[in-house]
Write a protein that binds this ligand. Structure first.
Ligand SMILES: CC(=O)SCCNC(=O)CCNC(=O)[C@H](O)C(C)(C)COP(=O)(O)OP(=O)(O)OC[C@H]1O[C@@H](n2cnc3c(N)ncnc32)[C@H](O)[C@@H]1OP(=O)(O)O
Length: 378
């Protein structure tokens, strides 16, 4: 390394220091732990009063002359490649490979299903650490531990609008809690193949379901909903964390989305396409909802409109459900009629009841309908 290079290296340190408003620096040659000589500036003094000398010592971070030479060599080679027209952007670099196969979430380790567009440096981690309350993502257990000491949240950052025993549901506005909702979408993407919403969260409300204990409100699942849906979707995206699946929480969230539709007096349906698991869950929910209404009507003549007015399901979803149950048949006049065996309906309903899944109790909802703020005219 030429002395000219050494000088310029020292000068750049000096620039940094002056920018930080510190006295004129002194540079001195030192020996790197690896045995290479390097230029040490007194920038370390800036941090000493705060961190203590051991932590403030930047020796290990300071590039050695060997590092600088390696960088310069790589830079020259790179610029030669550019001028000779070599193609750099391999598909892997342009579209980094997702390595995250596990997330640490509270006390859980959860295997991921799909890639999520976390920033590239996080995608290169095999394990990602998430704060279970604010959903911040981190690279190490150490960072998570430190974060836990200062994280102000012990529940989702919204209004608790429903509580039944240990189960609560919070309404979180994508506009007021943008980072939380973006982190929530990234988390959901790891379990959902076709999800595309990550960053534009402002037009959505997020309904987050939690289980409460002495530590706080632990995330179980959520669904998102457009504040104004032109297609009358009452749910955009739903997730139950894999550690809580098959316990009836998906049905609970779906039921809650229909309870909101009832309050809004607007029938609704989930946004399409549904994932395979989404379809299974919705078919299961719709089947039980329709059968329950048929049972309540107790052999009276019943129309699709009657079922719709009680369930707030769309006519299309009711017809599809009845077809799946083989309950829609043509009569002698070639008209469709609903035809069912009451004993079979009872059997299905009592089997469902025996699972003892949690159910939504409408009287526990404390909620006022979202109203978009009025535009002020100047
Ligand atoms: C509009 C959309 O967002 S579509 C996208 C849907 N979301 C996803 O695919 C994300 C990943 N999946 C999930 O988060 C969950 O599987 C959900 C939200 C779809 C369902 O959540 P869960 O809490 O497991 O639902 P829940 O316990 O209420 O199960 C309801 C029923 O759905 C069906 N079901 C749910 N998961 C499965 C499964 N893996 N295999 C077979 N049937 C299933 C069953 O009929 C089940 O009832 P059962 O357990 O009594 O047999």
């Amino acid at each position: 390394m030429s002395s000219a290079k050494r000088k310029s290296s020292g000068a750049s340190s000096a620039k940094t220091k002056r920018h930080l408003g510190t006295p004129t620096p002194h540079t001195q040659a030192q020996t790197h732990p690896a045995g290479h000589s390097y230029v040490r500036s007194h920038i370390v003094n800036l941090f000493e009063p705060i961190l203590g000398s051991a932590d403030a010592d930047l020796v290990k971070c300071t590039p050695t002359f060997v590092d600088v030479a390696a960088y310069e060599k790589a830079r020259v080679e790179a610029s030669e490649n550019v001028t000779s027209g070599a193609v750099f952007a391999t598909s892997a670099a342009a579209n980094p490979v997702q390595l995250i196969d596990t997330i640490h979430f509270g006390k859980w380790r959860i295997g991921t299903w799909y890639a999520a567009p976390y920033p590239e440096e996080y995608c290169q981690q095999q394990t990602l650490y998430l704060c279970e309350f604010c959903l911040k993502y981190m690279k190490s257990a150490f960072m998570t531990k430190r974060h836990k000491l200062k994280c102000p949240l012990t529940s989702p950052p919204g209004n608790e609008i429903y509580r039944d025993g240990v189960v609560s549901i919070f309404e979180v506005d994508g506009k007021n809690n943008k980072i939380y909702c973006q982190n929530l979408c990234l988390l959901a993407k790891m379990f959902l193949d076709h999800k595309t919403l990550y960053y534009d969260v402002e037009p959505f409300l997020f309904y987050v379901m939690t289980e409460r204990d002495e530590e706080g409100f632990h995330f179980v699942g959520y669904f998102s909903k457009e504040k104004r849906s032109s297609s009358n979707f009452n749910l955009s995206c739903i997730l139950t964390l894999p550690i809580h699946q098959r316990k009836g929480y998906g049905q609970l969230l779906i039921d809650f989305s229909y309870l909101l539709s009832k309050k809004e007096e607007k029938p609704g349906s989930p946004e399409k396409p549904l994932s395979d698991l989404g379809l299974l869950s919705y078919r299961s929910y719709w089947r039980i909802a329709v059968l329950q209404e048929l049972r309540k009507m107790n052999n009276e003549t019943v129309s699709i409109e009657d079922i719709a007015s009680k369930t707030f399901m769309t006519h299309a979803d009711i017809v599809a459900t009845l077809k799946n149950l083989d309950m829609l048949v043509k009569d002698s006049r070639d008209d469709y009629v609903i035809c069912y065996n009451a004993n079979l309906v009872d059997e299905v309903l009592s089997k469902y009841k025996s699972k003892k899944y949690p159910t939504i109790k409408p009287n526990l909802l404390r909620w006022i309908r979202y109203e978009a703020p009025k535009k002020t005219t100047s």
